[in-house]
Write a protein that binds this ligand. Structure first.
Ligand code: C5P
Length: 410
């Protein structure tokens, strides 16, 4: 079972007796690390109150499409963008019918239609309704459209009958929701990443550093883990917690980062250098805090090793991904780095006001030998998943090409 750390889950609740379990579903999702916002249909309000779901989720519950207050806060499009996944539990027969038809006549169906995130439904209904040909046809349509169907289970039903149509239990639903994020595209591979800034000490209290927060590298490490890789993250000083199930090695200077990477990268198939590594470090490091003296002093600096370029020299080298943060001429500068450092893929982003280092949103230009792709501005966690998916596709495509070239030579 995966986790839901840092995941934003939209829980849709439609009108059925199983809606009384929704408070528990919210709790289970939150226990697994998710942030949860709840959307209720009109029918759901007959079985559970918005106040209950507001209390357990910690957020107001969304109920109205085109309500002026709601649309001014978080409208249906914003909600659709906010969610990393949508889980509708319980999903009534009527809700499944409306979703299958692509209707957008209430908030929940409109969000399901507008989202790019995966949508899962947990059907809950009387066994006759479940077995009805119309419900079966709706389910087939939903499956064809990529909607995941969780359950239903079998057993005694609220109506006194026994059979299929019971909603799965909240703990099971939370577990299955976490599996939506486990793509398996990096199954069995070892990925090493660097992240964060480096700290080049001048004396025991002062040093040279930069404004990298490490968010992008940490999000990529988590996304690589979700995609099935075993992950080693070599991190400079950040205030972020270690990503779950990622081997995180904390370092300070570029030299320490270099040593840690070289100690672990030989078993890696993919190396992703996200860290903003200082190009220079002070020639000497004072053992005591330096005192004020002359009006003007100078600090002599020496070049740091280039970690990415050094890994590129290894034989065999892993698949190499670099980052280029640029304030100008994004594509030209990134392309130059791709060639100079002999790497496979470079992810370029523009840094400046509200972009890059300290923001949560980011867009990326991906430049490889095969061409250029843009990943549009989106929260770093989602961008990280798209980038890992892209890296996995390129890695597998290039390995396939290499194998077929080798087979040709034989
Ligand atoms: O040359 P520049 O620093 O702009 O290149 C950026 C890319 O190279 C990033 O992927 C960064 O992590 C990596 N890099 C490195 N070691 C250095 C400098 C940069 O791995 N000393």
């Amino acid at each position: 079972m995966g986790t839901l750390t840092n995941k934003r889950i939209l829980l849709g609740v439609s009108g059925g007796i199983a809606a009384y379990k929704s408070a528990d579903t919210v709790r289970r999702l939150r226990e697994m690390g998710a942030e949860v916002r709840v959307i209720m249909t009109r029918g759901a309000g007959s079985f559970i109150t918005p106040l209950t779901l507001q209390a357990v989720s910690g957020h107001p519950v969304y109920q109205q499409l085109l309500d002026t207050d709601a649309e001014a806060g978080m409208g249906h499009i914003e909600l659709a963008r906010w969610g990393d996944a949508v889980l509708v539990a319980p999903a009534s027969a009527n809700f499944l019918a409306r979703l299958a038809q692509g209707r957008a006549d209430d908030l929940l169906t409109a969000v399901c239609l507008a989202t790019e995130a995966p949508v899962a439904v947990a059907p809950a209904m009387n066994r006759q309704m479940w077995n009805n040909a119309a419900t079966k046809a709706n389910l087939a349509t939903l499956q064809k459209n990529g909607v995941r169907i969780f359950g239903p289970g079998e057993g005694s039903q609220a109506c006194g009958e026994v059979g299929p149509g019971r909603m799965l239990e909240p703990a099971d639903l939370a577990g299955r929701t976490s599996e939506l994020f486990s793509t398996g595209v990096l199954d069995g591979l070892h990925v090493v990443l660097t992240a964060g800034p480096t700290w080049e000490a001048i004396d025991p209290v002062r040093g040279l550093t930069n404004r990298s927060t490490g968010k992008m590298g940490y999000a990529l490490a988590a996304a690589a883990m979700e995609a099935g890789a075993s992950v080693t993250l070599v991190s400079g000083p950040t205030s972020l917690p270690d990503p779950e199930r990622v081997r995180t090695l904390r370092v300070e200077s570029a030299q320490e980062m270099y040593d840690a990477v070289l100690a672990h990268v030989s078993s890696a198939e993919i190396f992703i250098a996200v860290a903003a590594v200082a190009d220079y470090r002070p020639v000497t490091r004072a053992s005591e805090k330096a005192k004020k003296s002359a009006e003007r002093i100078s600090l002599e600096l020496v070049r740091n090793p280039d970690i990415l370029a050094s890994v590129a020299e290894l034989k065999p080298a892993p698949y190499l991904v670099g980052f280029a943060a640029e304030t100008e001429q994004l594509e030209q500068n990134a392309r130059r780095k791709l060639e100079e450092k002999k790497i496979d893929l470079i992810a370029a982003n523009r840094v400046g006001a509200d972009l890059g280092f300290e923001s949560d949103d980011n867009s990326l230009l991906l430049i490889g030998r095969h061409g250029v792709t843009t990943l549009t501005a989106q929260p770093k966690t989602r961008l990280a998943r798209s980038l890992i998916q892209y890296i996995a596709e390129r890695y597998h495509a290039e390995r396939r090409d290499q194998n077929s070239r080798q087979a040709h030579r034989r």
